[in-house]
Design a protein around this ligand. Structure first.
Ligand code: NAP
Length: 243
């Protein structure tokens, strides 16, 4: 049911975004692959190997005008924007009493405002189509908090509010908006953490292992296909949120 549709995925050069782009390509979607610094030719070739088109598009989603260009160029190239996955995200961890203004602002700008920016332009297109699916990457940290991540937790909790308000605004025209709250997923973002922190995390995961990017990508595809779930947060965290 996703064959021939257009999926825009932000921050898709690596990690969860990369896995999600590949997963939607497997479903037959044309991919608008947003990246900030660079993207490998190998990834583009892998996506095209599934018989779909891939348009790499460099944009910093925290910038309103760059997000606008991303969505408008996607529509211009493929004629529709059917799926939007707001995956781009950063961390700038620090205890709140030592956190700089820039550490707070940059995380909010990318993780929360970045999602607003793309939704701002994609929602118009989706409403006219009377169809579309928006999937926002939140985090278990947005639900339960985490010491040293006040900026990140605030941004990811904000994403949940953004998701629910958007879901209510767009539902009447058949457009869904949901969030995914991953736990600890093995990517570059978590690779930098010390073994001590990783072991602490592991102890708080009922399924006793870290997740992988494909397990999150799978849920993105599920939410894009399902047309009767909206305004929800799906936890993909090995049960972490229960602790
Ligand atoms: P990652 O490997 O660090 O990848 C993040 C991607 O986002 C990178 O490709 C990065 O591009 C891109 N990006 C960052 N800022 C951007 C911007 N302003 N505009 C466009 N792209 C931007 O991280 P990940 O683990 O895959 O995380 C993906 C999402 O899942 C994030 O929203 C993260 O908060 C969320 N999440 C991850 C975990 C986890 O355990 N890994 C858990 C919960 C939630 P550059 O490399 O060019 O900067």
């Amino acid at each position: 049911m996703l064959k021939g549709k257009t999926a825009v995925i932000t921050g898709a050069a690596k990690g969860i975004g990369r896995a999600t782009a590949i997963r939607f390509a497997k479903e037959g979607c044309n991919i608008v692959l947003n990246y900030r610094s660079n993207v490998s030719d190998e990834l583009i070739a892998e996506i095209e190997g599934y018989g779909v088109e891939c348009m790499p598009f460099k944009a910093d989603v925290s910038k309103f005008d760059e997000a606008e260009m991303l969505i408008k160029e996607a529509k211009k190239k493929f004629g529709s924007v059917d799926v939007l996955v707001n995956n781009a995200g950063i961390t700038r961890d620090m205890l709140i009493m030592r956190m700089s203004e820039n550490e707070f602002d940059s995380v909010i700008s990318t993780n929360l405002k970045g999602a607003f920016n793309t939704i701002r332009f994609a929602s118009n297109i989706m409403l006219k189509q009377r169809a579309g699916a928006i999937i926002n990457m939140s985090s278990v940290v947005g639900l339960i908090g985490n010491a040293g991540q006040a900026n990140y937790a605030a941004s990811k909790a904000g994403v949940i509010g953004l998701t629910k308000a958007t879901a209510k605004e767009l539902a009447a025209r058949g457009v869904t908006c949901n969030a995914i709250a991953p736990g600890f997923i093995e990517t570059d973002m978590t690779e930098v953490l010390s073994d001590e922190v990783k072991n602490q995390m592991l102890a708080s995961i009922p399924l006793k292992r870290f997740g992988n990017a494909d397990e999150v990508a799978e849920v993105c595809v599920f939410l894009a296909k399902n047309r009767y779930i909206t305004g929800q947060v799906i936890n993909v965290d090995g049960g972490m949120v229960m602790n």
